[in-house]
Design a binder for this molecule. Structure first.
Ligand code: G1P
Length: 294
């Protein structure tokens, strides 16, 4: 069955980006001039998703507005003959159908996904978390969809290898090797200490899930951090049905952290021919100013 819908949870408070996130949604913070959430939605759209369900909280209206038409701005750009900008703004406004549901209490990722149950219904769906941007020609979530199709619509969790001392930041999977990129999962644990981690295969927040996950989410107890964890529900699901973990291709930026955000900004600036030269000149000047060498 084709995956048509994606859940993107955005109810988090973005405390790592305070004070910016005091008044604006973390997802709207741009990398250069493009909001972080744009990259997540773009990945979903390029994979063929046609409906995005944001799980939101108060203060997040700008995310929904960003993917809506802005007639006033369009008219202004048209009047001023700014046709390139007009085209860009129109494209964003018609990128995807957006709906949203409120997560009234922040009780964890599992709870956030469960909030979207009535909008998904009885079909498989994607979940993309906004703290990680993955850049690849063939979108990461599409790679998971393709594997799911190959395995009769099974759930697929995107994974990447992380250094062992980082396991406590992620959901960590274990399983039996199917091929060099795929595991048939036997378990998943949320944020284990390095000494307790079964592997170093972590999910950066890309999932294809079958709707059975909702019944499981209804029953799991609170887990790590006293929250309802999606990881714990997937751990139950893989005891009942085939669930695969897949090492997808792509460069991943941890834009939920300041160092990862900076890294993405530098990478995006260097790969953009329109700003590369000025960026490199600034960098050279600033390094010199502070007496630094690379
Ligand atoms: C969430 C998930 C975790 C996953 C991570 C990816 O944790 O619970 O399993 O590995 O996202 O970013 P969070 O970072 O929201 O605490």
């Amino acid at each position: 069955m084709r995956i048509r819908k994606a859940i993107i949870p955005i109810a988090g408070k973005g405390t790592r980006f305070l004070p910016a996130t005091k008044e604006i949604a973390k997802e709207i913070i741009p990398i250069i001039n493009v909001p972080m959430i744009h990259y997540i939605v773009k990945e979903a759209c390029e994979a063929g998703i046609d409906q995005v369900i944001f799980v939101t909280a108060s203060g997040k209206f700008a995310v929904e507005d960003y993917f809506d038409r802005n007639q006033e701005l369009e008219a202004f750009l048209e009047r001023n003959n700014k046709l390139k900008e007009l085209e860009l703004i129109r494209q964003i406004g018609s990128m995807v159908n957006v709906t949203s549901v409120r997560q009234k209490e922040q009780l964890g990722l599992g709870h956030a996904v469960l909030c979207a149950r009535s909008m998904i219904g009885d079909e498989p769906f994607a979940v993309l978390l906004g703290d990680d941007i993955v850049i690849n020609k063939n979108p990461a979530i599409k790679q998971l969809m393709d594997l799911s199709l190959k395995h009769q619509g099974a759930s697929v969790i995107g994974v990447m290898e992380v250094p062992k001392d980082q396991t406590s930041k992620y959901g960590i999977v274990k399983g039996e090797i199917v091929d060099e990129k795929t595991l048939r999962m036997t378990g998943m644990v949320e944020k284990p200490k390095p000494e307790d981690a079964p592997t170093n295969l972590a999910t950066p927040g890309r999932y294809i899930l079958t709707p059975e996950i909702f019944d499981i989410l209804e029953t799991i107890p609170r887990g790590a951090g006293n929250e309802y964890q999606l990881t714990d529900a997937i751990n139950v699901l893989c005891q009942r049905k085939d669930v695969f973990a897949y090492k997808f291709e792509g460069e991943r930026f941890d834009t939920g952290s300041i160092p990862g955000y900076l890294d993405a900004t530098i990478d995006f600036a260097l790969k953009d021919p329109a700003i590369r030269a000025t960026f490199m000149a600034s960098l050279k000047y600033r390094l010199n100013k502070y007496g630094l060498t690379l």
